[in-house]
Design a protein around this ligand. Structure first.
Ligand code: CO
Length: 211
């Protein structure tokens, strides 16, 4: 018990030694501030570490993670991260990255109760409802789950576009692209779903804000 937790602190000391060996001013430089180009919205799943799977270093990626990489429009935590990333850090790319085999998405596909988390899963169930015809038509449960993961990512990309934060950036001609990706736990590869979003014009008009 003690040992498993101490291992993290020992690893940290080792990591500091290695960083300083490569660049004696490493921490001095990083402590001056951050100018990340990317905001990553990913799943909390321990197998999808944002920096590691993208080969990015500290300082390169602003990160928000929750169960099933959701963009829930009244989630103050997500909105605060989004606002800071877009308005202050002026990231150029927002990446929503889901992953096949996502426990949150698969749980939302079923009817079992899980307790408090059911309230979170509700937003994912809404995605299912929007695509029920396509999803119900996939008889293989694993394939249906994979497609649901993809559709869920796409919906979150559109939900980012529906926020005033992203729309105001576009209106101000701030370069900002929103991408939808899926990570495959089985081969470690990320697939771009090709749903890159660059303007509010692509949204149904009821979601488009004027001034
Ligand atoms: Co997940």
């Amino acid at each position: 018990m003690e040992k498993s937790y101490n291992r993290l602190l020992d690893n940290n000391k080792q990591w500091v030694v290695e960083r300083l060996k490569a660049d004696p001013e490493y921490f001095m430089k990083l402590s001056k501030g951050q100018t990340p180009e990317y905001l990553w919205i990913g799943c909390s799943d321990s197998r999808v570490p944002a920096n590691e799977v993208t080969g990015t270093k500290p300082g390169e990626m602003f990160v928000h993670r929750n169960i099933a990489n959701m963009v829930v429009h009244n989630d103050m935590n997500m909105l605060s991260v989004l606002s800071y990333a877009v308005e202050v850090l002026k990231v150029k790319h927002i990446i929503v990255c889901g992953h096949y085999g996502c426990g949150g998405v698969l749980a939302a596909m079923g009817n079992k109760q899980f307790g408090l988390i059911d309230n979170w899963l509700r937003s994912i169930k809404d995605v299912y409802k929007n695509h029920a015809e396509e999803l119900d038509g996939i008889t293989d449960v694993e394939e249906r789950g994979k497609r649901f993961v993809e559709l869920n990512v796409m919906e979150q990309v559109y939900d980012l576009g529906k926020t005033s934060i992203v729309q105001n950036a576009w209106r101000n001609e701030q370069p900002l692209h929103v991408h939808g990706w899926v990570y495959d736990l089985k081969d470690g590869l990320i697939r771009d779903l090709g749903v890159t979003f660059k303007s509010a014009a692509e949204l149904p008009s009821v979601y488009q804000f004027s001034e």
